[in-house]
Every structure is written in structure tokens, then in C-alpha cells.
Design a protein around this ligand. Sequence first.
Ligand code: IPD
Length: 264
Amino acid sequence: MHPMLNIAIRAAHAAGDHIIKYVDRAPDLVVKNKGRSDFVSDVDRRAEAIIIDILRKAYPQHAILAEETGGQGESEFQWLIDPLDGTTNFLHGFPQFAVSIALKFRGGLDQAVVYDPLRQELFTASKGAGAYLNKKRIRVSKRRTLQGALLGTGIPFGDSQDLEPFFSTLRGMYREIAGIRRAGAASLDLAYVACGRLDGFWEFGLHPWDMAAGALLIIEAGGYVSDMQGGGDYLESGNIFCANPDLHRELGALIKSRSSHTFP
Ligand code: IPD
């Protein structure tokens, strides 16, 4: 195993162990609003500090971009950290949240960990070495058409988000497919695409720390990840769609056919 992946797994487990202690204790937590419907708790902050401490001890020179503390340092190695993806779920006792840690090297995704501490599911990937769930190789689904497909998505929230691009794509898809899930933790949605539980996923307005690890999982599991134009700017634009190669083509055509709306 790549040594940097090993350290990321150690950090994800330590953060997960911390988070799990507070499951069902949400009423005792100090919760702050970062924006409308955007929350942070002591648990997010402490989990992030635990992760950063472990990464820093191993790699003091590496740069970090973390959800709660932002960017630190400059290096060709950069860690992208979401200590508790699915905070709103967590605060409601809704059992769908994860720790997400990715490493970029010279701008490319290199290592990925998404850890679901409730189910103890550890999704990992190293560039060029495949994707794994609890050490077993995973692959994207083999479904060839949208008919019968199960897709994941995220519904925009907060004041700043334009709802129309989302509804435009939703209107285009819902008749074609078997179902749509909005589970509330983007990193896990992406991990589920990587292991074939979901056939595809799309969302507007994500942050790089929500997506980076999940995107590498999908690429290493044989899937395609892109922005809404089919290009590679998803980490920058925040707009992502992904699926197995056949469905990615079909979904891409469908998203383009909604082109009465210009996607960001
Ligand atoms: C959120 C979740 C959610 C997505 C939001 C994200 P957070 O992350 O991933 O599924 O729809 O856009 O902000 O804030 O809980 O880390």
C-alpha cells in the first residue's frame, strides 16, 4: 500500500472513532450556522484537527485544504479534507455521513479515502492501483442504459445557489431512470458509484473537499468523472457528473439536451 494512503487511512479511522462517540448526542453539541442550512459542530472541528495532526506529523511540508480551517501551506502535495461530510445528516441522527480525505500531487488526484464510521466501510484508491472497499476490489456498475438506473444527486441549498440548473437536469432524467436518491453525503454518494450501488451521480455547487476522494475512487473503479460540459473542471467549478463509461455518455447527452439552460 502507498505510504501516504496508509497515513490517510489512519487519520480517517481516528476521525471516525471521534465522530462515532457523538452519534445520537447531537442535542448536546454546539452547532453554528456557516450560512443558511450550512452547519458546523464541535465534532466537525475536532475531527478535522485530529486528521490534520496526523497528516502534519507524517508530512509537515504538505499543503492542506480543509473544510473548516481552509488552506494552509504551499507544496506540490495537497491534502483535501472533509472531516464530516453529511453534517446535516449527522446532526439529525440520519445515518449517512463520512470522513473524506484526498491527496493531490502536482494538481492530479493521487490518493483517496472515504470512511463510513457507522458501517465501518473504508473506500480507498491510489492512482493507477484500483479502488477498494474494505480491501476488496470494487468496480462501477455495468448497466448500459439509463433505463433501470439508480442515480444519486444533491439538491442545492442556501441562498447563493441557482436552483434552475438542478431542476432542468432532474426534469430530463426522472422519466428515464428507476430512481433518484438524495442521501446527503456527497463523498459517500461518489463511493457508492465507485462500487456500483449507484449507477451515476450529479450535483451542482460542491466544494473540492466533498468530491476529491470520491472522484478518484470512481476513476480507479473504471468510471468517468466530469463537469457538466464533459470536461475535467469539476473540482474548480463544483459541478460534477459521473457514471460508468456507457452511462456517462448517455447522461452527458441528456445534460446537453437541457441546454436551454447554460450550465456553469
Ligand atoms: C455536504 C454534503 C451534501 C451536499 C452538500 C455538501 P458537508 O457536505 O456532501 O451531500 O449536497 O453540497 O456541502 O457540508 O456536510 O460536509
